[in-house]
Design a protein around this ligand. Structure first.
Ligand SMILES: NC(=O)c1ccc[n+]([C@@H]2O[C@H](COP(=O)([O-])OP(=O)(O)OC[C@H]3O[C@@H](n4cnc5c(N)ncnc54)[C@H](O)[C@@H]3O)[C@@H](O)[C@H]2O)c1
Length: 292
């Protein structure tokens, strides 16, 4: 029996790249999969359902169960329709994997409003909107006396967690996603929901568009291909299992490496029982300053 036998999963942005590998593994592990993908280009323009349909065809040909969904994850009603489609097609929803993404890299001084809005929409709203509708459904089910384990898996990035220059829009969204996941973990625990985040590293059209990465990520001849996007999916499948031992965590995952990310923690500080002056603070904080 597969680790996800009989569970119903939605995977967003599953027509290509990492999401495609999640969908194939989830189906092989026994899940019924809604393969969502708008079929956008790298920058989010355009729409083409055929990559997602190919993933569904591949799953069905291998004896699995899957349906295609072409909703835009950043569309409020579209996200609701996607959640409803899973419930109407497969009778329930156990797992939501938020994965869809785009890039519009630019340094802050040159970034346009449109570049900022598009990336924040697909990543941050595109994680929140499906999560919101899934959470509402899970709360209804819980109130109706149906208590089942449910799983959210979100997709962040080292670009956000470790603040990569040139990606203010993407990085802000990706850090926001990691915090959204932690808040979801705290709010939804009462409904049996676990919420975790991954920050993957893999060879996909998104990373291949970054100058220099194609050479670094080229598949080797006879050794382990550490940039194969399929390396990311076993962790996501594990985080989607009913018995997953984690919630509110973020994991780096690339090749054979899986590392827990430490969240924001309080560092050194100064404290006293009255208000500081600017000059006093400048002096008191000086020993804590890092070299510029
Ligand atoms: N590849 C990496 O190394 C890497 C690193 C860090 C984070 N990520 C994240 O992993 C996720 C998957 O990226 P990937 O590298 O597989 O890229 P990809 O371009 O191969 O796949 C992303 C998919 O999302 C779909 N998509 C885009 N906008 C959508 C929307 N509004 N609604 C529905 N689908 C939409 C695209 O059509 C595409 O098929 C993204 O969230 C990305 O930011 C990837």
């Amino acid at each position: 029996m597969g680790s996800l036998e009989g569970r119903v999963a939605i995977i967003t942005g599953a027509g290509r790249g990492i999401g495609r590998e999640h969908a194939l593994l989830f189906a092989a592990e026994g899940a019924k999969v809604v393969v969502n993908d708008l079929g956008a280009t790298n920058d989010g323009s355009g729409a083409d359902i055929s990559p997602a349909q190919q993933v569904v065809d591949e799953i069905v040909a291998a004896g699995g169960e899957a349906v295609v969904d072409g909703e835009n994850v950043a569309d409020w009603e579209g996200a609701q329709r996607m959640i409803n489609a899973a419930i109407e097609t497969f009778g329930d929803l156990d797992i939501l994997v938020n994965n869809a993404g785009i890039l519009r890299d630019r340094v802050i001084v040159n970034m346009t409003e449109d570049e900022w809005d598009a990336v924040i929409a697909v990543h941050l709203k595109g994680h929140f909107a499906p999560t919101r509708w899934a959470a509402s459904y899970w709360r209804e089910q819980h109130k109706a006396g149906i208590h089942k384990p449910r799983n959210l898996v979100h997709t962040s990035s080292t670009s956000g967690l470790f603040a990569n220059p040139g990606q203010a829009n993407y990085g802000a969204a990706k850090t926001g996603i990691a915090t959204l996941s932690q808040i979801a973990a705290k709010e939804l625990v009462r409904y049996g929901v676990k919420s975790n985040t991954i920050a993957p590293g893999a060879r996909t059209r998104l990373t291949l568009a970054t100058p220099g990465l194609e050479d670094i990520m080229r598949p080797p001849e006879n050794t382990f291909d550490q940039w194969d996007p399929a390396n990311v999916s076993p962790l996501v499948a594990y985080l989607a299992t009913a018995g997953c031992a984690f919630t509110g965590e973020t994991f780096l995952v690339q090749g054979g490496n899986v590392t827990v990310v430490e969240s924001w923690t309080r560092g050194e500080g100064v404290d006293r029982d009255c208000r500081w002056t600017v000059a006093e603070l400048a002096q008191a904080l000086a020993p804590l300053a890092r070299p510029l």
